[in-house]
Design a protein around this ligand. Structure first.
Ligand SMILES: Nc1ncnc2c1ncn2[C@@H]1O[C@H](COP(=O)(O)OP(=O)(O)O)[C@@H](O)[C@H]1O
Ligand SMILES: [Mg+2]
Length: 289
């Protein structure tokens, strides 16, 4: 299984909380309506964020990678993992990315979500270069516009399911009560109404991953990035989580990039592409890796 390995590491602090959640430690979002209810502030294309251009119309490109290059330095060797990769994510569509282990899927996802910087090339969010922004703005974009789900849920073990889901909102400045109130219906939506007070350790793998999915959505992002979200689950739970992802993408009008080895999930997505030799090509319709 891929996913863990020596894969790309997010910046030490700039983007990841203690448990691996891509948030911005201590980030206060001055002047933005982060504490507003989900979906209430989309009309301005980003909730008053200083970089939010006009909303993307249906059929428009919400996230784009242009000529992405990522080279890792391993001792004296330099390893080029992505070599001029192009990708366009159309608003409201879902894209499955397949590819053998080590082909660079996680690397790509981290770049798309602004968790790591490319060696060359750019990532455009609604037409604007993500990495051209100053770090605090990039961090706000990441926290507000992108929801992440990883193979390993990265829930905080000392907090309840509801607190875990509420965490990104609280860290973005929402009052605790308000953040918890946003978390509850999301947990209900993923079938965990009776587990609000459970800590991760008292939940099954499938339940934990559903909490992680709810957490990815608490900021009402436009883009969902999922890295082998069912790679660690048994077939039945993987099926449940896959189904949920597809339903949530549809009902929330999300644009999604889902890295998966799961052929069933890939077929449920609108589009599928295969990563190989550092670029995306057509998926051949078989399991990769
Ligand atoms: N920080 C890093 N330093 C050196 N090599 C890395 C680093 N991150 C990833 N790699 C290498 O990049 C390749 C792609 O990794 P990854 O994106 O995790 O692949 P995948 O998710 O497709 O399995 C692997 O060969 C991995 O060893
Ligand atoms: Mg991976």
């Amino acid at each position: 299984m891929s996913g863990r390995g020596p894969g790309p590491r997010p910046p030490k602090d700039g983007g990841y909380g203690k448990g691996g959640w891509p948030i911005v430690a201590g980030q206060k979002v001055a002047g933005s309506k982060v504490s507003g209810p989900a979906g209430s502030d989309r009309a301005d294309g980003g909730g008053g964020l200083d970089f939010g251009p006009a909303p993307v119309p249906p059929g428009g490109t919400i996230l784009e990678a242009r000529g992405l290059v990522k080279t890792f330095q391993a001792g004296r060797e330099s390893l080029t993992i992505l070599s001029g990769l192009d990708l366009k994510l159309v608003k409201g569509r879902s894209l499955a990315v397949l590819g053998s282990s080590g082909s660079g899927k996680s690397t790509l996802l981290y770049l798309l979500g602004g968790l790591d910087r490319p060696t060359a090339g750019s990532v455009l969010s609604r037409g604007r270069d993500v990495f051209a922004r100053p770090e605090p703005e990039l961090a706000r974009w990441r926290a507000r516009e992108v929801g992440f789900v990883f193979q390993f849920h990265h829930l905080l073990s000392d907090f309840s399911a509801q607190e875990n889901v509420a965490m990104p909102a609280m860290l973005s400045g929402s009052p605790r009560r308000e953040a918890l109130d946003r978390a509850a219906p999301l947990l209900e939506r993923v079938g965990l109404k009776d587990r609000l007070g459970h800590r991760p350790g008292a939940m099954s793998g499938g339940e934990q991953q559903r909490v992680a999915l709810a957490r990815a959505l608490v900021m009402d992002p436009e883009v969902l990035l999922a890295d082998e979200p069912t790679g660690n689950l048994d077939a039945r739970n993987a099926g449940l989580v896959n189904e949920l992802i597809c339903q949530l993408v549809a009902e929330r009008g999300l644009s999604a990039v889902v890295v998966t080895h799961n052929v069933k999930l890939a077929r449920l997505m609108d589009d599928a592409a295969e990563l190989g030799d550092g670029r995306l090509g057509a998926w051949r319709g078989t399991e990769a890796g």
